[in-house]
Ligand binder design. Structure first.
Ligand code: ADP
Ligand code: MG
Length: 581
């Protein structure tokens, strides 16, 4: 139990003092809470004594006790208030920061990490797990700490008043502690399974929704829902098993206190009848027997949740322990912007898709990359940006091995317009400004104009303030592409990678876009994965990529002189171009 407190304190960082203060307030609150009971005892004793002396009750003592009683109630209220004031919201603060920490880490892991399996894990860690902990952590912590404090405090008070009753109390606490340990032990076993089933649920729902279009189009509703059903079933079973195992133990735990209360109810009058305690002590114990166990009893009910919280924290920790790609990277300011591949081989998992590739892209030149689909063009570009690490050889940017530099200082120099554009569920303005977060409104509009998207943006409902739907689903492919070009124009990085950037743009816009791209890339190191003949023709260098190798390289004129992939490709393209004319 201590370990979870330590973990939360560590996670809280700067806010840990609020949790610690909370413990102090909880302790002080408990002391005040015990005051009414003690006051009742002294009132009863005074009445008892007074009656013994023929009705000579000292009302000043009674008033003093009543005042103490009121102070006890007020003090407890004040400290409970302070407790919630300082501690309650801390969970939300901790996890607001933790989410950002995870977000920052995820920017620095190899792309391979974001597989389907991990996507579910990440999603459920950030949503289900963190939400669970932030919602309940402080509440549970309070219950547990309060239970411990009251168990100790009341043991001392009871023993002081009467050692026999004190021993009954202590005995109950000790037996309960043994059951509690067992409860914790079983919880430790079951809670992670339950949380894992919960995560499985999240990822299968995620997958199901993402594939909805395919499911509908191919009438696969039956078979595809089978997986989701089985994950529902798993989650149901895990929850059920946990309840079924733990509820009897919790019941036994509660039962111990009920028995102890009954025991006190029997023993106290017995002791009073035999004259070994006074009536006032008897009455106090009778009153106390109904309430003294309540905090400790509460602890039992929350143990399972504490275990679930631990399991959730483990899963969050797991995500945070991911191998980041640039752990030993240095912040290096690049001096020049040429790109060099030296005997590079690269595999996705076990499948090698790039084999022993070497080439150089001099600074401020245009390199066109062409070749059949699936040949490895996109992969080569991802290696420049170090989305993945190569298994063999070296990728250099500006003479620096990309493995030696932090992702941040590398990516600062590179603008990429991807084949698959992703837009955030945010305004058009913010989507463009993503390229340079400190850009002004005018600069964003200027970039929009240069990327030829200003007109259609102005036609949207709220212009630049229109919120784009998740993934950009409310815009056409060409529109998304142009927004992503505007983003790159705004970033103005010295290296520009265009991955079939004009592939999904309609012909009438293509000329404008081409102009925009030309402008974007003036005086920069450019790598263009292209299918447009003019781009290729004017390139300083053409790399023909086929089956993960550089099949041919040279300028257009050089390549056209030989029989080969390039000339075939060109002939087919040329014909196709003629057809459209
Ligand atoms: P191109 O851009 O030339 O069409 P890619 O670089 O996208 O080719 O793909 C090269 C090869 O790598 C293909 O066989 C493709 O199936 C495989 N591949 C691409 N991306 C991944 C990935 N994320 N995981 C596994 N294999 C991939
Ligand atoms: Mg590609």
């Amino acid at each position: 139990m201590l370990s979870i407190i330590k973990r939360l304190l560590k996670l809280a960082g700067k806010d840990a003092y609020r949790i610690r203060l909370g413990f102090l307030f909880s302790f002080l609150g408990s002391i005040f809470q015990s005051m009414p009971l003690i006051s009742v005892f002294y009132i009863l004793r005074e009445i008892d004594r007074g009656q013994g002396e023929g009705g000579n009750i000292q009302f000043s003592v009674i008033w003093l006790c009543l005042t103490l009683l009121v102070i006890g109630v007020l003090g407890n209220m004040i400290f409970r208030y302070l407790l919630s004031r300082f501690q309650s919201g801390t969970g939300y603060d901790i996890f607001a920061k933790q989410r950002l920490v995870v977000g920052n880490l995820l920017k620095r892991v190899p792309m391979g990490y974001f597989s389907e399996k991990n996507l579910g894990k990440i999603t459920s860690a950030i949503t289900t797990d963190m939400t669970f902990v932030e919602t309940y952590a402080m509440h549970l912590l309070d219950k547990v700490v309060n239970g411990y404090i009251e168990a100790t405090l009341f043991s001392v008070i009871m023993l002081l008043f009467d050692w026999r009753i004190g021993l009954i109390f202590l005995g109950a606490v000790v037996i309960a502690a043994i059951v509690y340990r067992y409860l914790q032990h079983r919880g430790k076993e079951l809670a992670p399974k339950r949380q894992a089933a919960q995560a499985g649920l999240v990822s299968s729902v995620l997958e199901y929704i993402q594939g909805m279009a395919v499911v509908k189009a191919f009438h696969m509703t039956e078979s595809s829902s089978q997986r989701i059903h089985s994950s529902f079933e798993k989650s149901r079973m895990a929850n059920f098993k946990m309840e079924k195992t733990l509820i009897p133990i919790v019941t036994i735990y509660d039962f111990i206190f009920k028995i102890a209360s009954c025991l006190i109810l029997f023993v106290v009058p017995y002791l009073a009848l035999h004259g070994s305690i006074t009536v006032s002590v008897m009455l106090m114990f009778l009153v106390a027997s109904f309430t003294i166990f309540s905090s400790i009893e509460n602890m039992g009910g929350v143990t399972v949740m504490v275990r679930m919280m631990e399991a959730s924290l483990d899963r969050v920790e797991n995500i945070k322990n991911v191998q980041i790609i640039d752990e030993h990277g240095k912040d290096i300011k690049l001096e020049c912007y040429d790109i060099k591949f030296k005997d590079v081989s690269f595999s996705y998992g076990n499948r090698e898709v790039i084999h022993d590739v070497s080439f150089t892209i001099p600074q401020n030149t245009v390199t066109a990359v062409v070749g059949p689909s699936g040949g490895g063009k996109t992969t080569l570009c991802s290696l420049i940006a170090r989305f993945w690490d190569v298994q063999k050889g070296e990728v250099q940017v500006g003479g620096v091995n990309v493995k030696e530099i932090t992702c941040d200082s590398l990516l600062k120099n590179i603008s990429i317009v991807f084949q698959k554009v992703y837009l955030f569920n945010d305004t058009v303005f913010n989507n463009i400004r993503f390229g340079r977060p400190d850009a002004t409104y005018e600069q964003v509009v200027e970039a929009g104009k240069r990327a030829c998207c200003h007109d259609f943006i102005m036609d949207l409902e709220n212009g630049y303030d229109t919120v784009i739907r998740e993934g950009g689903s409310s815009l056409s492919g060409g529109e998304k592409q142009r927004i992503s070009i505007a983003r790159a124009i705004l970033k103005d990085a010295p290296i520009v990678i265009l991955d079939e950037a004009t592939a999904s743009i309609d012909p009438e816009n293509e000329r404008d876009i081409q102009k925009a791209i030309e402008e974007l890339t003036q005086g920069k190191t450019r790598i263009v994965i292209a299918h447009r003949l003019t781009t290729i023709q004017n390139a300083d260098q053409i790399l023909v990529v086929n089956s993960g190798r550089i099949a041919q390289r040279g300028t257009h004129t050089e390549l056209m002189q030989h029989e080969g992939i390039y000339r075939n490709f060109w002939d087919i393209r040329q014909k196709a171009a003629n057809w459209t004319l």
